[in-house]
Design a protein around this ligand. Sequence first.
Ligand code: NAP
Length: 242
Amino acid sequence: MKNLKGKRVVITGGASGIGLATAVRFYEEGSELCIVDMPTEEETELKARFPERMTYIQADVSTQDGVDKIQNWINGGVDVFINNAGITRDATMAKMTDEQWDQVLAVNLTAVYKLSKIAAIKMKEQGGGAILQASSVVAHYGNFGQSNYVATKAAVIGLTKTMAKEYGKYGVRINSVAPGFIGTPMVRSMPEKVVKMMEDKVPLKRLGEPDEIAAIYAFLASDDAKYITGTCINVDGGIVLG
Ligand code: NAP
């Protein structure tokens, strides 16, 4: 990919799943990583995997303390910011508690808004940058039992379009990526029957791999995509076709 070497890249939720695959991809491209994730035991493992060019910030993106820690790193410069951290708290509308609603909005939307804003202001000052948001294909067609999650993933697409209009003139590009069924460890650990059912629904007849999402983040962050802003790329094996 063009021009990712030496770039300062933040990946929230970068210690597992798609975020980890994205960290691996940008590391291979020669970028300087800032991996943000919930407090865990993973720091040693990450340091072994990324022996140089990596800062690990243990932070909850939905807290002001977490946002402040990330802002502190951003103050030193940021070229790419990937809002990847996301959670689900599923229940049908009738059974959903306000707490489930609030938790999902706090991580998947409010944190995305706050961190995108901080990153965009810094990028404007620097003369450019790329912000990438994790949406989902369910933003396009809804999903039973996921009103909170779907609302956030659709909102992220709207936020992306609006930010693209506000920040385009400063050389800051904002795009989102909508993964379909991706074979993260959580999905792979589901009963074989359920995984097979998911695969059958996809025109390409298989789950996606985390590195196939990472590849699109790398493309959108790179100069190969320098005329792309405000869009949402579906990476879903064709599932949105219905
Ligand atoms: P994942 O494996 O659960 O990884 C998400 C990471 O984010 C985890 O390490 C998690 O930590 C961390 N995280 C959660 N809440 C956080 C917070 N408040 N602050 C900081 N870090 C936090 O998820 P994934 O499947 O790779 O998904 C990544 C993104 O893609 C999400 O936004 C998701 O909605 C989106 N997506 C995924 C799929 C899919 O099929 N996998 C499909 C469509 C969209 P803990 O493990 O400690 O919670």
